[in-house]
Design a protein around this ligand. Structure first.
Ligand SMILES: Cc1ncc(COP(=O)(O)O)c(C=O)c1O
Length: 552
């Protein structure tokens, strides 16, 4: 923006047509090109330096202070700052108060460091500014998207080469769809499944057209349910709500002692729901390949058999665990996934893409026809516009980033990351078990594990005592673990998350646990040992301050 000389030392900025136009036009001379390159460098390396040097999770500045500093609800009439000032402000004032999810000590969530080349790829995607809703605004990007969908579909379903040759660029079939996240990937899977279950028939135009009430009447049912274990992600409840079946109709199936769906209970529930007179339609059974809280994988193979026996849609939520299929050592953990009808996988999780990217895949390449929408100005019948079979309208070409990443890393590169996470998690579990103050609650199957502060003495006591005493001990431990997690987070050096688990393994008691997700290749066992050391120190300080009756 143009600067006018003012009374202050700095001239005020004014909006000016000529300067505005320049922000839309590529730099016309060497001088302005050099300025833009300098800005780009400032962004790429300024942020990278911050992420590399800043070890703690976040610098100290309270949320209250931040909220007060960002409470101005007015848009300034004149331009406030020039681009270089804005970039400096972002690097110096915003980034330090964001969460450094790239830190190797940030092991609490499914958000972590990404390969640096992703930033470059994202910049290119933004610069191209393609809209993959339709070919007219994306052309080759839509073609690349179809190809990358086929690559991941093949990773999951392993259909024969001819199948992919036929469908990879088929104008009328879709092997899957990109979505903004795992939530919408799960939604899309259940949306298509719902519309296929209540498909159009004589005297009925289909549930998408006539709605839930007419659909139930047509099918002679009173309700429609989705089955998943207690560890199912809450996006499944959202989907049930959005789809109009009601989120109460997400039927929770109990788990076995290994935090996987209990197959006997599942079979029994399905028998009960499908018996004559139950007036219930089973929309889908959801298997989880890497639960959010424990990382466990449901027994997909037998779940697929139950679904096949009863003609029920089998959806696998592999938002987290999907890329494990690229690891020669661990892909067997997901065996049976190839029998699913649909599979959700997140790009921004173990494909290490920047926020946000989700995907959903269907074994049947015509499944997404059940959610097709057309408009007069785009997405016309017969066109290959990707927006026809998608919950989104306008959408960026995140698929280009995944396609490039797959070629930069290769399946073997991703396998190194997956193997590192699982092997480090296993070594971490062993380290936890060696320490007398900690109890491993869920051993890692993939790269997620949970544990809690609970001394060996209390662990033994819990095994032998009665129900009432056990409950009292657990309640006290829950308080301590909640407090410990909060204190460690506030100290700002490392971050583990916390959740509350309950299942047969905990005698169905609510247990507060510390949860770690190990996906950052820079997170080593030594780093994790340091995190445990810090927890021991915090605990010792809590103990020293506690009244004797509260001491664990
Ligand atoms: C198993 C599982 N499914 C679905 C989701 C939802 O994904 P998103 O947060 O990308 O919407 C998550 C997120 O953590 C998840 O762990």
């Amino acid at each position: 923006m143009k600067q006018h000389q003012g009374k202050d030392s700095r001239p005020p900025l004014v909006a000016d047509w000529q300067h505005l136009m320049r922000t839309f036009i590529r730099p016309e001379d060497e001088a302005s090109r050099a300025v833009l390159t300098k800005y780009m460098e400032q962004i790429l390396f300024g942020l990278h330096d911050f992420l590399a040097s800043h070890v703690g999770v976040t610098r100290e500045r309270t949320l209250k202070e931040l909220a007060e500093a960002y409470s101005d609800a007015s848009i300034s009439p004149a331009p406030e700052k020039k681009l270089d000032e804005i970039i400096s402000e972002l690097i110096e004032e915003v980034a330090p108060h964001a969460v450094n999810v790239s830190s190797p000590y940030f092991v609490g969530h499914m958000t972590s460091a990404i390969p640096f080349f992703m930033v470059h790829l994202r910049t290119i995607v933004a610069a191209l500014n393609q809209n993959v809703v339709k070919l007219e605004t994306s052309k080759i990007l839509s073609v690349i998207e179809k190809q990358v969908l086929a690559k991941i579909h093949r990773m999951v379903f392993q259909r024969e080469a001819g199948f992919y040759a036929r469908h990879v660029q088929h104008p009328e079939t879709m092997l899957g769809a990109f979505t903004e996240n795992g939530t919408l990937a799960n939604f899309t899977a259940l949306w298509a499944a719902r519309n296929r279950l209540f498909a159009p028939g004589p005297g009925f135009a289909g549930i998408e057209v006539e709605g839930v009430h007419a659909a139930y009447r047509h099918k002679g049912v009173r309700r429609c349910v989705v089955l998943a274990s207690r560890l199912g992600h809450y996006s499944l409840r959202k989907a049930a709500g959005l789809l109009g079946i009601g989120n109460e109709q997400l039927v929770v199936v109990e788990m076995d002692s290994g935090w996987r769906v209990d197959l006997d209970k599942l079979a029994e529930t399905v028998r009960d729901l499908t018996r004559p007179g139950s007036e219930t339609a089973v929309l889908a059974i959801v298997g989880i390949a890497g639960t959010t809280e424990t990382g466990t994988v449901d027994p997909l193979e037998p779940m697929a058999e139950i679904c096949a026996e009863h003609g029920i849609h089998f959806h696998v939520d592999a938002a987290w665990g999907g890329p494990t299929l690229l690891s020669g050592a661990f892909r067997g953990l997901l065996s049976g996934i190839e029998k699913a009808d649909s599979v959700a996988i997140d790009g921004h999780k173990q494909f290490y893409m920047p926020m946000t990217s989700g995907m959903v895949f269907f074994r049947d390449p015509t499944a997404l026809d059940a959610v097709a929408y057309h408009a007069r100005y785009i997405n016309r019948p017969g066109s290959v516009d990707l927006g026809i079979r998608s919950i989104s309208g306008s959408r960026e070409a995140t698929s280009l980033m995944l396609d490039c990443a797959l070629r930069i890393m290769g399946a073997e590169g991703y396998a190194l990351l997956i193997d590192h996470g699982i092997e480090t998690a296993k070594a971490f579990a062993a380290a936890i078990e060696k320490r007398k103050d900690f109890e491993l609650i869920t051993a890692p199957e993939l790269n997620i594990l949970t544990y809690r502060l609970c001394s060996r003495r209390l662990q033994q006591r819990l095994e032998s005592c009665g129900q009432e005493e056990r409950r009292a001990i657990n309640e006290r431990l829950n308080r301590i673990n909640r407090d410990l997690q909060r204190r460690q987070r506030e100290a700002g050096k490392s971050f583990v998350s916390r959740t509350t688990l309950s299942g047969p393994a905990t005698n169905n008691e609510q247990i507060v646990v510390l949860r770690t997700v190990i996906m950052n290749p820079m997170t080593t066992v030594a780093v994790l040992e340091e995190i445990l050391d810090e927890q021991e120190r915090i605990f010792a300080a809590m103990n020293a301050a506690a009244a004797p009756e509260n001491a664990p």
